[in-house]
Design a protein around this ligand. Structure first.
Ligand code: FEO
Length: 394
């Protein structure tokens, strides 16, 4: 495969992984993913920025050979995770005069996780520069978007910023340049929700920093290159904003339909009061859709049936995922139905406690909801309406 030139001797040398259907064994992928790698040919030195997911390393190295890359001086490791650094050992073997250039945190990671020898690593400081002759690489540390070892690499003269995982998308392409579309936006949002949302505050900071840098292009480690940086930066400005939407999320698992009846009722009544809702059947719906909804929701009402004497395990999983993804939601509640007895919400509340949500009085019913139960749901709706009115929502 002939490398596509991005600009002035800077080439895309990554690969699409069209067959990958799930990432981190967690969120399904709709469009596979790409592992991006960039070849930078300076007048004196040659650098590769990020490498390849190990199962594709042979194809990656074969492509480098076929494109005549006989010498590499520097291999920039923006981040130690294996989908980008996993091919470092093979690349160091292939190019025996090359060294890895990275930050001290990433150095520790790649030495421990990939057994990279210390004498093949050069560490750089934040804002340090490395000359390739007519091109200069500048390293900008960006810890916790999304690992502590993350850094960006600016190709200074060309004003291109390699942003590592930040601003990426699980998306494959033939032409490396992004064509803004609903599908790409959705993929980028799904990716943000899973990978970046737990670090929302840092993402917000670095979104603004990159906006202020006014770079010409953004070269992420997954998904297409952005010739129009504002497209992805504006999306991140929205997603990382402290303001939620006037939206209630209703994930639920319902064994005999009683919990679903309550979720349907809540949804209808909230809609009548001008609040949007997203219902999510935990068993049948795509987890990625719920993750994306968590980017925007202000209230989460988790519905569950009882299994033995506690919540359905699928609802426990969703509570745990929400606690890990750290959405910007402010309020939570629970609804559920039981047969003979037990505690439906204690475990769910404990798991969500780390999000410090304001918990609205939950509603637990025996079997099908009855008139008095619907009155309790009306109270929940009234409370949500008042709580949302108290906020400056989008
Ligand atoms: Fe795409 Fe954090 O690796």
């Amino acid at each position: 495969m002939k490398f596509q030139e991005i600009k002035n001797n800077i080439y895309y040398c990554g690969l699409n992984d069209v067959d990958r259907v799930i990432f981190d064994e967690l969120i399904p992928l709709e469009h596979g993913t790409s592992y991006n790698s960039y070849l930078v040919k300076g007048s004196e030195k040659v650098a590769i920025i990020d490498t390849m997911y190990p199962p594709m390393s042979d194809e990656y190295i074969k492509n480098l050979e076929e494109n005549g890359v006989s010498k590499v001086d520097y291999i920039i490791a923006n981040h130690g995770e294996q989908d980008h650094s996993g091919t470092l050992p093979k690349l160091l073997e292939k190019y025996p005069d090359s060294v890895v250039v990275t930050n001290p945190t990433c150095k520790g990671n790649i030495m421990e996780m990939l057994f990279i020898p210390e004498n093949r690593i050069i560490t750089v400081a934040n804002d340090e520069e490395l000359s390739l002759g007519d091109k200069t690489l500048k390293f900008i540390f960006a810890p916790n978007v999304h690992w502590p070892d993350t850094m960006f690499t600016l190709i200074k003269e060309d004003n291109l910023l390699c942003t590592c995982d930040f601003l990426g998308a699980h998306y494959t392409f033939e032409d490396v340049f992004a064509v803004p579309s609903e599908e790409l936006t959705k993929s980028a949002k799904r990716y943000y929700a899973e990978i970046m949302m737990p670090f929302r505050v840092m993402c917000k900071k670095y979104t603004q920093m990159i906006k202020d840098m006014k770079v010409d292009m953004i070269l992420p480690s997954h998904g297409p290159v952005h010739k129009n940086p504002d497209y992805i930066l504006d999306l991140y400005t929205d997603w990382t904003s402290d303001k939620g939407k006037n939206l209630v999320l209703l994930p639920y698992v319902s064994m005999y339909g009683s919990t679903e009846d309550m979720i349907d009722y809540l949804s209808d009544e909230l809609n009548k009061r001008g609040i949007d809702t997203i219902k999510h059947d935990i068993i049948t719906d795509d987890l990625g859709d719920l993750a994306m909804a968590l980017v925007d929701g202000t209230t989460i009402v988790l519905g569950t049936s009882m299994v033995v004497a506690g919540p359905h395990p699928a609802s426990v999983n969703i509570a745990y995922i929400a606690s890990v993804l750290k959405p910007k939601a402010k309020f939570a509640s629970f609804v559920g139905s039981y047969g003979w007895g037990g505690k439906l919400f204690d475990i769910l509340g404990e798991i969500l406690a780390k999000l410090r949500l304001d918990v609205i009085e939950p509603v637990q019913v025996k079997g099908k909801p009855k008139k008095e139960d619907y009155s309790k749901l009306d109270n929940m709706v009234n409370t949500i309406v008042e709580k949302h009115k108290s906020l400056d929502l989008v």
